[in-house]
Design a protein around this ligand. Structure first.
Ligand SMILES: CC(C)(COP(=O)(O)OP(=O)(O)OC[C@H]1O[C@@H](n2cnc3c(N)ncnc32)[C@H](O)[C@@H]1OP(=O)(O)O)[C@@H](O)C(=O)NCCC(=O)NCCS
Length: 376
């Protein structure tokens, strides 16, 4: 066995092998199954990307049509799940709702034991199809008292989500903006939530448990929660000068600025350039003269003061805001997308499994004598 090494936060540690994505490794940019994120964001739909992640190859026209038809069929929620969602208060965080919804679905439609490739594919498609329904069924019930029909007939995951949010079909720009955002969020190698999914999978647990755990991990502001935290940062700022003043003060306090920096990327996050373009398009379409200039100034100040760059979450915040998406739904959108990457990792881990169980550097007291309770 190799000499054990230790790195705080496992930074730089190679914790496994993957054929799913490269994240800025030498000679590579961000790629999914070998395809550049820029090509995918320009040419693909989220459904094609989800298939690519799950199967390793781009779908043929027939495969894509079959996949989309099964996603459409998977949008209806069982009555028992709707009932569970109706019990959750409007004050719940939607990430907690998604976590609960996946867990409940795992009780209602459990994965057979032992797991089979067919069953795991079926569950994967069910989860991709049903997550927007879970989120929006609860949201419309808890916030507006509506028991909506989630099985609407629009063809894309992005369109489904926006349709359930708006109560009508989105326009083409709105739909494509969310579609591209889903592509950008779909996969990112051994990030914290994906690693959680792989750890859970490595114990031979079921798919629902892996996704439930991954949602819980994504929730935190150092990971997926950063897009909501970025919105909270920019929302009160009135103009670019106000933004500069605020950021300078925050940096002087040594605050972390949400939506900036990355564990793996050192110079820039390629996904940020793409979503920034969409944030600008949507700002122009909605006549915004505040949040986009505020965001650009924050980017410039962070570059000048800290040599830090925006990650995908920073401009996602204003883009989603321009789409009329309520801030608490930002991180859940990440789930609707990343579930495809998580599932690809579940399958990959299952294909060549070894229990993931690292070791720790012990920093506690030396061995000592037992002290009876009356002598403590
Ligand atoms: C993503 C993140 C967790 C990576 O963390 P990490 O690899 O452990 O990096 P560190 O937190 O050790 O940061 C290294 C240095 O950069 C600084 N830094 C990193 N991100 C920063 C940020 N967003 N704002 C201000 N300073 C930041 C740290 O303070 C630290 O400075 P120091 O060496 O003077 O102490 C971190 O950049 C962060 O907290 N970003 C904000 C949250 C976010 O946007 N998350 C989404 C990631 S996609």
């Amino acid at each position: 066995m190799a000499e054990p090494t230790y790195s705080r936060g496992m930074a730089g540690v190679i914790a496994g092998e993957t054929a799913i994505a490269t994240v800025g490794q030498e000679g590579h940019g961000l790629t999914y199954r070998g395809y550049s994120i820029f090509d995918l964001a320009e040419h693909a739909t989220f459904e094609e990307v989800a298939w690519l992640l799950l199967h390793g190859e781009l779908p043929t026209a027939d495969e894509l049509a079959g996949f989309k038809a099964r996603l459409l069929a998977g949008r209806a929620l069982p009555k028992a799940l709707r009932h569970v969602l109706e019990q959750l208060p409007s004050t719940s965080h939607p990430m907690d709702v998604l976590r609960t919804g996946v867990s409940a679905l795992g009780c209602l439609e459990p994965e057979p034991e032992p797991a089979t490739p067919d069953a795991q594919q079926r569950i994967a498609e069910r989860l991709i199809a049903a997550l927007p329904s879970v989120l929006m069924y609860w949201y419309q019930f808890a916030h507006h008292g509506r028991q909506i029909d989630t099985a609407v007939e629009d063809g894309s995951v992005a369109g489904h989500f926006l349709h359930l949010l708006y109560g009508h079909m989105p326009d083409a720009t709105q739909q494509r903006a969310v579609d591209v955002s889903l592509i950008l969020y779909a996969e990112h190698e051994f990030n914290a939530s994906t690693f959680t999914a792989r750890i859970t999978t490595s114990t031979l647990s079921d798919v629902y448990s892996t996704i439930t755990g991954a949602i819980g991990t994504l929730r935190g502001p150092l990971h997926g929660g950063a897009n909501e935290a970025a919105m909270a940062l920019i929302e009160p700022l009135q103009n670019a000068d106000d933004a500069e003043r605020y950021i300078m003060e925050a940096l002087a306090r040594k605050d972390k600025i949400m939506g900036f920096g990355h564990r793996v990327y050192r110079v820039s996050d390629p996904r940020s350039d793409v979503i920034k373009g969409w944030a600008k398009t949507l700002a122009d379409a909605t006549g915004d003269t505040r949040l986009y200039p505020v965001s650009e100034r924050i980017e410039a100040v962070m570059r000048r003061e800290k040599d830090l760059f925006p990650n995908l979450d920073f401009y996602s915040a204003s883009a989603y805001h321009f789409l009329g998406i309520p801030t608490p739904l930002f991180t859940p959108i990440f789930v609707l997308s990343r579930v495809s990457g998580w599932l690809a990792h579940v399958f990959e881990q299952r294909g060549d499994n070894r229990l993931i169980r690292p070791s720790a550097v012990y920093t506690g007291p030396d061995e000592r004598a037992w002290v009876p309770i009356d002598q403590r």
